[in-house]
Ligand binder design. Structure first.
Ligand code: UD1
Length: 431
């Protein structure tokens, strides 16, 4: 199993290319199941989650191709992939695959909408608290599906097709909104989604579905309206830049100091996180090529943060921000309101000498002038990158174990950081 070795203390200087958003690429790929025609996606990040999803949708009958370089392709841009689900050959998504990535559960929506049936294993995914799918099931039921749970599988049927309806989410759910939108596109009649997620990835999916012929309005607001259509066609769509990758590298620079251009990054996708980072002392400016982030000397100011659905501070940046606060000049509080138990990184951050106390959904972090490198273990995707951020500023050497979590969501992390001056390398092999 690969590990990453980091020797802390170097500022970051240079530029980092921000890839396409994993959390947009996954639902976009799943949307290919809605049509017989070809969906072409550009700027798809090269991540293990993407490769796994290719296998999963391949099982249902999607022919996937990875294109070669294009003439107009930017340096460092992601893959172009073509996805053609001419015939759906299997409407079952097996446990062995779905248990490895929670988002793959979302295939239930296009399979059901197009084929009138789907049998999808209850998911697994990151170990961040219980992550039920009751709201996704509720949404499909609101569109007329019959749902049973059978031997760990969700069995959904709508032999006469789905019917438009009112879906009122009691809680904001990104996956629920993706699923509801995909299902409602091919339902008979009109659907209204209330309390929809407003995340940029929801907007990106709606944009792509509309290019495919769907009639969706209001994506990005809490009320989305959809008029069902008889069929969807192919489309070309470029995946939007990854706001979590952007925020992660911005936090790395806030931690180490230095000056880095985050190429291709868009401030409007993570304004609340950028506002918080500015308060910590990070300088941020928008340039034609992306976002420039810098901190030259000075202390890291402590800032309190509460995670919230978009446009609030994203839960997917909570662990990274906590790493930063471990070196702040004072005490800060971080409240996690999206996922219970999303604090597994705390016990690992403590190994760097961090002082963190947990009280229910709030962490109290007493910043320290210096952290010390240590052997640490990655526990989930975002938590693992928080350990890298801590290590970049810690004295001495850190070895991060179980880095396969990082490969799920960060493309070439160690290369991107090394090019900016970090002392970081991947160590392949056993242990
Ligand atoms: C997506 C993101 C993930 C991010 C999360 C919140 C992808 C691939 N993943 O995950 O990185 O951290 O949004 O921004 O895009 N819930 C229920 N019942 C359900 C569904 C969700 O109770 O049926 C709860 C969850 O437990 C959680 C909250 O709703 O407490 C939000 O979850 P949700 O937005 O659905 O997260 P995901 O779509 O799984």
């Amino acid at each position: 199993m690969d590990r990453i070795r980091i020797t802390g203390g170097q500022p970051l200087n240079g530029s980092i290319m921000i890839g396409g958003a994993k959390n947009a690429a996954l639902p976009l790929m799943i949307a290919s199941l809605l049509t017989r025609e070809t969906l072409t996606l550009y700027n798809v990040p090269r991540l293990s989650d993407v490769r796994l999803l290719m296998r999963i949708i391949g099982n249902h009958g999607v022919d996937a191709g990875i294109g070669g370089k294009r003439v107009d392709q930017r340096e460092g841009e992601g893959d172009s992939i073509t996805l053609s689900a001419r015939d759906i050959v299997d409407t079952t998504a097996p446990y062995e695959l779905v248990s490895r990535m929670r988002a793959s559960f979302w295939v239930i929506a296009p399979l059901l909408a197009r084929m009138g049936e789907a049998r999808v294993s209850l998911p697994g995914g990151c170990a961040i608290g219980t992550r039920p799918v009751d709201l996704l099931i509720m949404a499909l039921e609101a569109l007329g599906a019959d749902i049973d749970i059978d031997s760990g599988y969700v069995v959904a049927r709508a032999p006469k097709g789905l019917q438009g309806g009112l879906i009122r989410f009691p809680k904001v759910t990104v996956g629920g909104t993706h699923t509801a939108m995909m299902a409602a596109c091919l339902a008979n009649g009109d659907t209204v989604i209330e309390n929809a997620a407003c995340e940029p990835e929801v907007v990106d999916l709606a944009l792509c579905l509309n290019k495919m012929g769907a009639k969706i309005s209001g994506a990005g607001q809490s009320r989305i309206e959809i008029t069902g259509v008889g069929r969807l066609g192919g489309a070309h769509h470029e995946v939007l830049p990854d706001r979590i990758e952007t925020g992660t590298y911005a936090m790395a620079v806030a931690m180490t100091g230095g000056n880095v251009l985050l190429e291709g990054a868009r401030a409007d996708l993570l304004q609340s996180a950028l506002d918080v980072l500015q308060k910590t002392g990070l300088q941020i400016s928008e340039e034609a090529a992306g976002l420039r982030v810098s901190r030259q000397g000075g202390v890291i100011a402590p800032v309190d943060v509460t995670t919230a659905p978009f446009p609030g501070f994203p839960t997917d940046l909570q662990a990274q921000f906590m790493a930063l606060m471990c070196r702040a000049d004072g005490t800060s509080h971080i409240r996690e309101t999206i996922f219970e138990n999303r604090f597994m990184h705390v016990q690992e951050l403590v190994r760097f000498g961090a002082r963190i106390k947990l009280d229910g959904e709030t962490a109290l972090i007493e910043g320290r002038k210096s952290l010390k490198g240590a052997p640490v273990m990655a526990t989930d995707l975002r938590a693992s990158v928080s350990l890298v951020i801590a290590a970049l500023a810690a004295e001495g050497e850190t070895m991060v174990h179980r880095v396969y979590h990082l490969d799920r969501g960060f493309e070439e992390l160690e290369k991107k950081l090394a090019r900016c001056g970090a002392l970081i390398e991947r160590v392949s092999g056993e242990h």
